[in-house]
Every structure is written in C-alpha cells, then in structure tokens.
Ligand binder design. Structure first.
Ligand code: DGP
Length: 116
C-alpha cells in the first residue's frame, strides 16, 4: 500500500474526503482547517504527497515557491492581507505535526502573540 492511499490530505486532493476548499490550482489545494485556531485558518497543501519539509528536495523548488505565494493569495481571498496573517509549517511531532502530508497553515483574523 502506498503512503498516499491512507493519507487524509491525499483523500482531500482526490476529492474523496470533504473539505471547504478556498482555492485550487494544478499543484496545490487550500481548505479551511477542521480545528481552526483563529477566525481564518486555512491549510495549503501540495497535491503531491510530501511528508514534511524533511522530505522536500531540489525537485520541489518550484512547488515550494508556489506554496509560499499561495499563502498571500489565500490571505487576499480571506480579506486578511492587510490586517496580517501568520504562516506556519510544523515539521515532525516535536513541532506539533499531526498530519504527515506537508501543509502550510495560514492563520489570521485576530491579534497574534509572539512567541506562539
Ligand atoms: P499539524 O498539527 O501542523 O499537522 O496540522 C494539522 C491540521 O490539520 C490541524 O490543524 C487539523 C487539521 N486537520 C486534520 N484532519 C483534517 C481534515 O480531515 N480536514 C481538515 N479540513 N483539516 C484537518
């Protein structure tokens, strides 16, 4: 069995699992997080199954750039580009990664504290 078969985010990519989709391109899909930590909490994922940043390689340079630029597009669509938004990628369990398909959190719509 391939990793992709059992991955919840791959199932969202294939539209087998339901998600509130914010935007979709050939390479990426963005959808509302099921456990939002702020009024806006969107996850952007590559359609290609990449476990996390540790698994991304030189072949993914273009894709990783698109992922980052998509954060701005999501913020614009959600109306938070001016008020501000936080972008987060958790890598491995110690950092809080719970779904092992690379995803970029776009969080906003409320005041953020730092450190998180
Ligand atoms: P992380 O902890 O960085 O791995 O973030 C995983 C996020 O994914 C977490 O905020 C909850 C969200 N999530 C988990 N399963 C689903 C799902 O089936 N649908 C949606 N929309 N979000 C999910």
């Amino acid at each position: 069995m391939k990793q992709e078969d059992n991955c919840i985010f791959c199932r969202i990519v294939r539209h087998e699992a339901k998600a509130s989709v914010v935007m979709e391109t050939q390479d990426l899909i963005a959808f509302d997080d099921i456990h939002p930590q702020a009024p806006v909490h969107v996850l952007i994922i590559p359609k290609k199954h990449i476990t996390n940043l540790n698994s991304a390689g030189q072949d993914d340079l273009d894709l990783m750039g698109k992922l980052l630029l998509a954060a701005h597009e999501v913020a614009r669509l959600k109306g938070i580009e001016e008020s501000g938004y936080r972008t987060v990628i958790n890598t491995n369990r110690g950092a809080g990664q719970s779904v092992f398909h690379l995803h970029l959190h776009v969080i906003g719509g409320r005041r953020m504290t730092w450190p998180p």
